[in-house]
Design a protein around this ligand. Structure first.
Ligand SMILES: [Zn+2]
Length: 166
């Protein structure tokens, strides 16, 4: 008799940030006001407005799905660079799954610097909060950030880095 594979149940979704990471850019939140009992969600007013922006929502969803698809396509342990997902999502010439792309009107109005940053913000949020919190409800696996073959804290990663299954 074959047993069905038991699947890890996804962690409960919370609206606050349990680990102390910004829900928009995924960086560690500064601990400047220890007496403030209200849990902070964002590191800055810019991140707050980004987090609530309906315009960015579609782009962010496409990036998260892009990371998930890329990780799923490769063997466990292989790193997906932020720059790869950035290219797949924003570069219309690398168009493989047309339906899953953000439409070009949206992406073209983000500057190249913002495209690069959004790709990294998405990766940081995946590492900090996990896929279920980012809209991939059925994914229970965790990811870690890797730079030069080593696990890194995403808030301090610079240059080329990426993520892989933990
Ligand atoms: Zn932030």
């Amino acid at each position: 008799m074959t047993r069905p594979k038991t699947k890890q149940s996804p962690p409960p979704t919370t609206s606050s940030s349990p680990e102390g990471y910004c829900q928009s850019c995924g960086r560690l939140l500064p601990r400047e006001n220890k007496t403030d009992p209200t849990p902070r969600k964002y590191c800055s007013s810019t991140c707050r407005s980004h987090g609530k922006s309906p315009y960015l929502k579609g782009i962010r969803t496409a990036l998260i799905e892009g990371y998930h698809r890329s990780l799923d396509d490769r063997p466990t342990g292989q790193v997906i660079l932020c720059s790869e997902v950035e290219k797949n999502t924003f570069d219309p010439t690398s168009n493989k799954d047309k339906d899953e792309k953000v439409d070009n009107n949206q992406t073209s109005s983000l500057s190249p610097t913002e495209q690069r940053e959004e790709s990294r913000r998405a990766a940081r949020r995946i590492v900090a909060f996990g896929f279920p919190s980012q809209g991939i409800a059925e994914e229970g696996r965790e990811v870690e950030a890797i730079q030069n073959g080593k696990s890194v804290e995403t808030s301090f990663a610079k240059g080329e880095w990426g993520i892989r299954w933990k």
